[in-house]
Ligand binder design. Structure first.
Ligand code: C5P
Ligand code: C5P
Ligand code: ZN
Length: 483
């Protein structure tokens, strides 16, 4: 791995050079007319990355296959290796499985465009395009979709029109961590491309799901990032809160939306949410995360969630996690009409299933274990294996079971192994917690593998070794926090 260089312009030049090398490999394969296999991850960022790469490669006139996968296991890599292709391009995944790729794709050329923390070294036939290798933090300043976008731009500058999907991807990965939830670093550079082309606008508003499209009480109830205990999923309580805050929900029998509110009304609404949280003995600080930068995809139809970057990402996430990845890709590629209507139905199923899980874990005594630095949700037999990440993000953001703790959501997979989704907080990360590294290191002893980002990571382990794994994981977190 290259050592991170110090100067910002050097770093950017190194990154662009890496992008150019990988782009050349793709362009050459397209010119040879040899089939290219595109593989991407199934969450919002992965689907955004996949749609960017697919469009860029299609524009080269290449013949291609596309696959969307949940993770890269030995079996998955073996299956991918059987598909007729000379070049495999992986997006939003691969850096944590370089050894697996070396073993499975010996006969192929491989491009990995990823933003996860890597493990091991790339094989000779692998072109590794990962911003971490030149010193960029891939969990905060660029996503998988952003990485795919830089690659697409290196293939052809005209692919700058794909910048809105790169923003959707990074919002799906919750990289809006600047002051007032602004995008930072390389994401901010991509935003500039999108603004220059008049594709995206950045403004300030309340960040509630459906701020331009839904009645206000529904927008509050639909918001799960952050999860607002007592309000998320509770439309009646949201109506009561609006009443108490003297914010009228209708004018002339017509529902108002968040964007119809005056600044004063927005302030009263946020104050009302803060008071609501404090009445539940929770910190009101979470409510401040509801104020900040919103990113509008101005070419999208008004009155659709696709016009808001975060809402677009939620739609993609629901498609991926509900087994409808191709539908998500279609949206990313620009299909609307029936595809959009279908995605809205998938989103409402996704929301129902998350609400069921949240209800189960707040009402079932055995659902959850609280330790000093850890909340463990025992979702075996209850939580679908594709939903652990979404549940873990929500539990972590809710603060319902204590603040400043690592969240683990556990379930069993169809093949009998145990799947784990881990989430930390910004504060824990600043104290040295790196979940991706911890899971990369620990899981080998417990019959599995793991990795990801410092703040969000995942793993699989052997069912019989779960208890041992949990004990070691807890000791590791405790010792990081002790120092
Ligand atoms: O594979 P990928 O990098 O796209 O996924 C990262 C995952 O971590 C996303 O599902 C995202 O929502 C989640 N995440 C989170 N909390 C953060 C940052 C990311 O739950 N602070
Ligand atoms: O599955 P989940 O959403 O919890 O994954 C969190 C993050 O960890 C994602 O970015 C995912 O790609 C990553 N991950 C990984 N290696 C694994 C499992 C998850 O890099 N074995
Ligand atoms: Zn990602």
């Amino acid at each position: 791995m290259q050592p991170p260089s110090t100067s910002t312009s050097d770093r950017r030049a190194e990154l662009d050079e890496l992008a150019r090398k990988s782009a050349d490999v793709i362009v050459r394969a397209a010119e040879r007319r040899s089939p290219i296999l595109l593989v991407t991850h199934f969450d919002a960022d992965g689907l955004s990355a996949g749609s960017i790469t697919l469009t860029a490669v299609r524009r080269l006139g290449a013949s291609l296959h596309q696959r969307v996968v949940e993770s890269l296991s030995e079996d998955v890599v073996e299956d991918l290796g059987q598909i007729d292709s000379e070049l495999i391009v992986l997006t939003d995944m691969g850096s944590g499985q370089l050894a697996l790729l070396e073993k499975g794709f010996r006969e192929k050329e491989v491009v990995v465009a990823d933003h996860h923390q890597s493990l091991g070294e790339p094989a000779k036939n692998t072109h590794h395009f990962n911003p971490h290798t030149v010193g960029y933090d891939g969990s905060t300043v660029i996503s998988g979709a952003g990485t795919a976008y830089l690659l697409a731009k290196a293939i052809d500058e005209r692919n700058k029109d794909l910048s809105p999907m790169a923003l959707v991807g990074c919002l799906g990965d919750q990289q809006d961590k600047g002051p007032q939830r602004k995008l930072r670093g390389l994401n901010a550079d991509i935003l500039r491309d999108a603004i220059e082309l008049n594709l995206v606008e950045e403004t300030q508003d309340l960040i509630l799901f459906g701020r331009q499209t839904r009645p206000i009480h529904r927008a509050i109830a639909s918001t799960t990032s952050p999860f607002l205990p007592g309000l998320s999923g509770e439309e009646d309580r949201c109506l009561a809160l609006l009443d108490k805050a003297h914010v009228p929900t209708k004018i002339d029998e017509k529902w108002r939306t968040i964007s119809d509110l005056s600044t004063d009304e927005k302030q009263r609404l946020v104050d009302g949410i803060i008071q609501h949280m404090m009445a539940l003995k929770l910190s009101g600080e979470k409510a401040l995360e509801l104020i900040g930068s919103v990113y509008t995809l101005v070419k999208e139809d008004p009155w659709t969630p696709l016009r808001d970057g975060r809402e677009f990402a939620t739609l993609l996430n629901s498609c991926g996690r509900m087994g409808r990845a191709s539908l998500g890709l279609a949206l990313g590629l620009g299909e609307r009409g029936a595809a959009f209507k279908e995605a809205e139905l998938v989103y409402s199923e996704y929301k129902k299933s998350l609400a069921t899980y949240m209800n189960w874990l707040t009402t079932s005594p055995g659902a959850l274990i609280r330790e000093e630095n850890l909340v463990i949700v025992r979702g075996e037999g209850v939580i679908d294996e594709n939903m652990t990440g979404a549940v873990s993000s929500i539990v972590s953001s809710s603060n319902l079971f204590g603040t400043g703790k690592v969240t683990l959501v556990i379930t069993t997979r169809k093949d009998g192994a145990v799947k784990i989704s881990a989430r930390a907080t910004d504060n824990l990360v600043s104290m040295g917690v790196n979940l991706g590294k911890i899971l990369q290191t620990l899981t080998a002893d417990y019959g599995g593998s793991g990795g990801g980002h410092a703040i969000a990571a995942g793993a699989t382990v052997d069912k019989d070794k779960l208890d041992g794994f949990l004990a070691t994981f807890e000791r590791t977190i405790d010792s990081v926090l002790l120092h």
